[in-house]
Design a protein around this ligand. Structure first.
Ligand SMILES: NC(=O)c1ccc[n+]([C@@H]2O[C@H](COP(=O)([O-])OP(=O)(O)OC[C@H]3O[C@@H](n4cnc5c(N)ncnc54)[C@H](O)[C@@H]3O)[C@@H](O)[C@H]2O)c1
Length: 380
């Protein structure tokens, strides 16, 4: 298939979950709407296949919280329990938030929490998802459900397939990395990116590059710990241990992958990466503590102790604003299934883990609409 020329059109997105991550992303569309620079400060790629952040348009939003459903998007993103920083207060109203399907999206624990840190289910009637997605004209659906929403994620992923639109799975429910689900997207001739966003400069990418550096310098990694604390809704939701399993697995996948790619075994009990507790005072400030114990020349011990402090939701929007554009460009080029490079670059559990530099090269190529060997294998 020949490379498509820059179509200069909009990218229409539908979104599941008007929580903190979407609040940051939606504010970002206003914050960057007039940017014309060839490098936009704070954004990794100003131009991806001819698309700039300002080309993204939100056409449908779905939630199930009584304080968000029925409200304009521009109001819903600032409703409790959202606590993301307000950096672009004058956002447009946008579409009215429609009632999604609750399924396992809201745990009993979150519904029993105080209103400012918990969920409250709306009694509105759920929409016909496939019909609504088709009518919206969306190119792709972004999944921002709470961790542990297995049934709900599968329901919305199937709705995306039935509505013939691409899927961006930002959460640790394994869809893009599950060959059965990937095949469904291939059969439908649709691209997908997933699973579980890796933030712009977050704990995962820092763990990855520190460990890659250690391996490149011939060190032995005896122990790698990454403790995360935060005060947003996501951290509160993850206080339910049964919902947490996939998140911990996904976070550890990033670190494990660096061993697997080099054929180095991870020593027993030598790895911990995951959310550790919920501290409401922190709101959307996430703090990660790293302790990496290494051995170098002559078995000499080397220890790295580091602390990373970020705004969790903006940090995630910094990759989603790119992932949306990779999906659109891939769709135009006829690339189907789970996008290897963009998934490895923007997600913690991609279908195929890559070294940092390799994932970046794949993304840079797609941003120029160039088809690398791995992408050519995925053309329809
Ligand atoms: N840096 C980051 O913040 C980061 C990084 C990686 C992954 N993630 C993941 O992204 C997801 C979203 O994070 P967040 O901080 O926005 O969470 P959040 O809890 O603030 O938002 C979740 C939203 O989903 C809504 N919801 C719940 N069940 C629903 C359903 N069945 N249908 C439609 N909407 C439903 C909730 O009402 C809420 O508005 C989480 O799974 C999180 O783990 C976040």
């Amino acid at each position: 298939m020949s490379q498509a020329s820059n179509p200069k059109s909009e990218i229409k997105i539908a979104v599941i979950g008007a929580g903190n991550c979407f609040s940051a992303l939606y504010q970002g569309f206003t914050y960057y709407k007039d940017s014309t620079e060839s490098d936009i400060p704070g954004v990794m790629f100003a131009d991806i296949g001819g698309y700039r952040p300002s080309d993204i348009k939100v056409v449908a939003v779905y939630d199930v919280d009584a304080r968000k459903v029925g409200k304009p998007t521009g109001e819903a993103i600032f409703a409790e329990p959202n606590c993301a920083r307000v950096f672009a207060p004058n956002v447009p109203d946008g579409p009215i938030v429609q009632m999604g399907h609750v399924l396992d999206g809201m745990s009993d624990y979150m519904q029993q929490q105080p209103a400012h840190v918990g969920f409250r289910v709306s009694d509105a009637k759920p929409v016909d998802m496939v019909k609504s997605l088709k009518e919206s004209g969306a190119d792709l659906l972004v999944n921002y459900l709470p961790v542990g929403s297995q049934q709900a994620t599968e329901f919305y992923a199937q709705a995306a397939i039935d509505a013939n639109i691409a899927f961006l799975n930002c959460i640790p429910v394994f869809i893009a990395s599950d060959p059965k689900w990937e095949q469904k997207f291939i059969d439908a001739k649709l691209p997908i990116i997933g699973d579980d966003m890796r933030s712009q400069l977050g704990a995962s990418v820092l763990s990855q590059v520190l460990q890659e550096l250690a391996f490149d310098r011939g060190m032995v990694v005896d122990f790698h710990q990454q403790l995360n604390i935060g005060g947003n809704t996501d951290f509160n939701n993850m206080m339910v241990q049964s919902r947490l399993e996939s998140k911990k697995k996904s976070k550890e996948n990033v670190i494990r992958a660096q061993n697997d790619l080099r054929g180095i075994e991870v020593p027993k009990d030598s790895l911990f990466a995951g959310p550790s507790t919920f501290l409401p005072y922190l709101k959307d400030n996430k703090v990660a503590y790293f302790n990496i114990r290494l051995r170098g020349f002559g078995d000499a011990p080397v220890t790295i102790d580091a602390k990373l402090s970020v705004q969790d939701s903006e940090n995630s929007a910094g990759v989603v604003i790119d992932a949306i554009r990779y999906l659109k460009v891939a769709k135009e080029l006829g690339v189907v299934g789970a996008l290897r490079g963009p998934s490895a670059w923007t997600q913690k559990t991609p279908p195929e883990q890559m070294m940092y530099a390799d994932a970046k090269l794949e993304c840079e190529a797609l941003a120029k609409r160039q088809l690398t060997a791995s992408v050519k294998r995925q053309l329809v």
